[in-house]
Design a protein around this ligand. Sequence first.
Ligand code: TRP
Ligand code: ZN
Length: 889
Amino acid sequence: MRTEQPKMIYLKDYQAPDYLIDETHLTFELFEDHTLVHAQLIMRRNPERQGEQAGALPPLMLDGQQLELLSLSLDDRALAPGDYRLDDSHLTLQPQQARFTLDSTVRIHPESNTALEGLYKSGTMFCTQCEAEGFRKITYYLDRPDVMSVFTTTVSAERQRYPVLLSNGNPRATGSEEGGRHWATWEDPFKKPAYLFALVAGDLWCVEDVFTTMSRRDVTLRIYVEPENIDKVQHAMDSLKKSMRWDEEVYGREYDLDIFMIVAVNDFNMGAMENKGLNIFNSSAVLAKAETATDAAHQRVEAIVAHEYFHNWSGNRVTCRDWFQLSLKEGFTVFRDAEFSADMNSRTVKRVEDVAYLRTHQFAEDAGPMAHPVRPDAFIEISNFYTLTVYEKGSEVVRMIHTLLGAEGFRKGSDLYFQRHDGQAVTCDDFAKAMEDANGVDLTQFKRWYSQGGTPRLAVEERFDPQARRYSLTFRQSCPATPGQPHKEPFVIPVELGLLDAAGRELPLRLEGEDSAQGGNRVIRVTEAEQTFTFLDIAEKPLPSLLRGFSAPVKLSFPYSRDQLMFLMQHDSDGFNRWDAGQQLAVQVLQELIAAHRRGEALVLDPRLVEALGTLLADDSLDQAMVAEMLSLPSEAYLAEISEVADVDAIHAAREFARRSLAEALYQPLLARYRANRAESQRVAYAAEAGQIARRSLQNIALSYLMLSGKTEILEACLDQYQHCDNMTERLTALAVLVNSSFEDEKAKALGAFAEHFKDNPLVMDQWFSVQAGNPLPGGLERVQALMGHPAFTLKNPNKVRALIGAFANQNLVNFHRADGAGYRFLADQVIVLNALNPQIASRQLTPLTRWRKYDEARQGLMRGELERILASGALSSDVYEVVSKSLA
Ligand code: TRP
Ligand code: ZN
């Protein structure tokens, strides 16, 4: 909790550390009512700083929070309280020599740590979360990523309760102590910043495997879980081995220790953490088997296992100089895991999902009060900057570099980056410099993607001169102001495009100034505020396919007619743009319905949307996963994001009307696809494999449409799917469509049976909470409030908070935005309670309230009122304070 006025920290104030820590020797004595931490730090003056600060040694200021200092000695001389200064976040003392050893002992209380940062208990096990600044809650230290040290860690605990004792690196020694205790020592030979430190103690089982690296070294792989979950680990293990192979093949990166461990914990603030050699995961990002985890959950496990593994190079071997550079490791690693998932599954489907997510959520962040550049230049609380902008937009920035340099050029650049900076803590500029040097290019203007926030607009206009056979595209880019950045300079925007003739064939492209055509698809670079590209030898007016594969994170506009979009849906050679044409068509149709609803007019669905989707459904040759994606109308959240003023009731009414009309018009083809796929699902055993996932996604979206008919034959099919399936993907969809229907008896029965059957599986109960939290039928708030009292619910578990409160506020727009403001009041009440328990989770739950500018005046007032109430509610954490104060500014 905050005691002083929170301070803004600026990138421009960065200074290298005065002191370095060469070696860190830690001993933990774990007890039920406290933990003792002994730290021996072998330190020296930073030679880099000696020149700047000649003369006397500067004071040593160590970070430390919520620590009870029991003893302190400098080079074996015990220090008395007069020899140092303590405040609530630092320990300051005066070294006498350029090299010295500092020994400290502190007492901490993991058993009462509900913030889940530092050392804490999840259920009966001890675990740590140190990124970004949690290590300072474990011991006094230079808790900053540019201080890298080798670590030796000894853990001692009661053998019976904690048979497994883990830390980073390789195991070195174990032994027994009197009183039923035992200990283990781990040594990590790689220098690392403190945020990568980890410790685990618990009664855990593991699945073990071996991976032989490309230089034929055997690495032991272990995934540790609580005993009851040992049957849900194989998918994560398979994903790990695939990730290790992929990083060797695509990036030439080999694993470097003798052992790689993953531990699953139930209470975790984020998805997972890449601690060196000892990744700690939210159990939701590890555990998966057919009966308890959906296809989406299986794919999430695969992606997060890969993400954390890839950090071993992009993050650990090469780390960040300071936290402003967070996207150096996160943007790059998200790009790496996205490419991995694309290679393991369907590339187009993966891209579609990622882009839909970015456009809905990151674009909204970029348009709100917390907007910041990929490399922020100021923050109050770094935990608030683990954002969609740093992660997802950061990944798009790396993807653009990949697009501009090509796969080979990019690989040359990443090789140089890893070789040049191995063992260092570096900046986004260093990453760009390696890309430049390896390819002989200049990325100066491109780097504005790191320094300027906001989502650029790119308006495109065409001109055709049939006599001269010239076709021109004029691009105009602009970028709205964001906090602290009123004016933006032009970006480098790579636009992948093609031109289609009347038969849908790709035209050869010859730009003005070129001697001959260079194939169809190509990438042009828009670098000016306004820029025209002219294509020669164009006989008839073509139809442009723009921003293929979403080659840049911008809002592109081109005045397509609905007929042109239908043409692109069928003929574009780029699968992503076929989907995007469908989305643009649906957006046009839905916006027309939203406007009609607001005018109080009767709604009429444009038959072209029915025709377009009917054509897709009739085509057996198409990828079923893509058909399912194209049948999914843009989400309410996306429709809200692209509205000037979001009218959630009109959005919901229009979208539901469109879904009902489509269900009615396409009833027969939907039923045929449903029946065929459902029969196949019953015939073969579940596997989380791309072909099956595609089949189930089409089956399930078909069921969700069909259920809107209210027909008994569909209710029966739904109940049959709910009862007779071997997997959670079919079961949960059946439950969700029942919950959203008006078959009250069947709904209550299914919800009750589900909870009874899965009451001992917290991850499945999370899904049960989410399905109900997302139900848009009237009374949503009351249902959520009742569920808060369910025995399986607790505010202390972040997964539960996200499953119930998060799902309600983010996915149930009509109920959350109730006109009387009760949804807002509910959320603010929860944030106030969470602020004291877990500031990181409290702050994240605030997001929907920060978007108040999107809504009508009455709702704006109600939302602001709740933010003000939070601000006045007492001692706020820096996390909540920063988000609330910036939102009200
Ligand atoms: N580095 C982690 C990742 O992206 C993120 C993370 C895990 C994190 N736990 C955290 C960030 C707690 C802040 C606080 O893989
Ligand atoms: Zn990460």
